[in-house]
Design a binder for this molecule. Structure first.
Ligand code: FMN
Length: 328
């Protein structure tokens, strides 16, 4: 079990925040698969503090996904503190501050990973947020801005001293983007130096790697990001691996039902058009390890609505079921 501030989680697995991906329907899905904590996409503190309705909608939640953390990004202490107050009123369970995003649009406003270049501001932001919420407070960081500014340990100490309850670390430099390998040894160093819980993020592509990260770094929790997009079952697989040393691969029926469940959740929360477009992309991810994706790839651009998408999904699964039966 993992405890963050006053919040007790059912296990040590966290769905990494991913903008454009970890929306409410996906969070509900991974929660069912065993993730102990989910995090919203990053939400603009400026947008929330100005009362923008689209930004507010990122705080929409559902009891099935709780506990859920709201991830906020911004550059000014007062604005971030105000937005943390809003997220608290909207019944989020944790406030998480993004200090790791390397995307140009974000860092040019002094937000995300740019904050790691301004340690004093990091302290000011967290002190201001701490005063405005009694929720557990966490921060997500990178290894630093660049190899020349590798200051994750310094920043982590400031975060702890400012009263935060946990730190997630994706140990790549902002300048690296997603290239190279995540340097798990940095997770170990930060864990050894600090008292608050540390969560490792980066390159958990297979279930055994989550157990490996935890035992190698001694981190308290492990975040899974990209791998969960194609394989939301990964949380259950990691927990099974921990308990019994092995895990099951989902069969065709499970995959089919998950795709349908995800599609209908998307329709409910984002409307039919956006749901259909999103599911067209997800379908290729969810069927990544299945045969005959040529059929899907060939037909996907012709899908223009719910009826067509469902008929393509049914046809594809019907076809590969028959293929597997006749081969078996
Ligand atoms: C498409 C995408 C969007 C992301 N968006 C966010 C975000 O909004 N906030 C954040 O802290 N990290 C974000 N990340 C980083 C992930 O949370 C995670 O740290 C990173 O992907 C490494 O983990 P992985 O190898 O398990 O994917 C994003 C990553 C990807 C691939």
């Amino acid at each position: 079990m993992l405890t963050i501030g006053k919040l007790h989680l059912k296990n040590w697995l966290i769905m990494a925040p991913m903008s454009g991906k970890t929306n409410l329907p996906f969070r509900i899905i991974v929660k069912k698969m065993g993730a102990a904590l989910v995090i919203t996409e990053m939400i603009s503190a400026v947008g929330l503090s100005r009362g923008q309705s689209k930004t507010y909608s990122y705080l929409d939640s559902h009891p099935d996904e709780r506990p859920v953390a709201a991830q906020l990004f911004g550059s000014e202490p007062d604005t971030i503190a105000t937005s943390a107050g809003i997220a608290t009123e909207k019944a989020m369970d944790i406030i998480d501050i993004n200090m790791g995003c390397p995307v140009k649009k974000v860092v040019k406003t002094g937000s995300g990973a740019a904050l790691m270049r301004d340690p004093k501001k990091v302290g000011r932001i967290l002190s201001a947020v701490r005063k405005n919420t009694s929720l557990p407070l966490t921060v997500k960081i990178r290894a630093g801005w660049s190899p020349e500014e590798a200051n994750a340990l310094e920043i982590a100490r400031i975060i702890e001293d400012s009263g935060a309850d946990g730190i997630s670390i994706h140990p790549r430099f902002a300048s690296q983007g997603f290239s190279g390998k995540a340097d798990w040894s940095l997770i170990s160093r930060i864990k050894a130096a600090l008292k608050i819980p540390i969560f490792g993020s980066g390159d958990i592509t297979e279930p055994y790697l989550a157990l490996k990260m935890r035992s190698e770094t001694n981190c308290d929790g492990v975040m899974i990001g990209r791998a969960a997009l194609a394989n939301p079952w990964i949380f259950k697989q990691i927990l099974d691996m921990e308990k019994k040393g092995s895990f099951d691969i989902p069969d065709l029926n499970e995959r089919y039902h998950l795709i349908m469940e995800h599609y209908f959740l998307l329709i409910k929360y984002v409307g039919e058009n956006r749901a259909t477009n999103t599911m067209k992309g997800l379908l290729l991810l969810y069927t990544k390890r299945l045969p005959n994706r040529k059929f899907l790839k060939g037909i996907i651009s012709e899908i223009d609505g719910r009826e067509k998408l469902i008929s393509v999904i049914n046809k594809y699964f019907g076809y590969i079921r028959e293929e597997i039966v006749s081969e078996g």
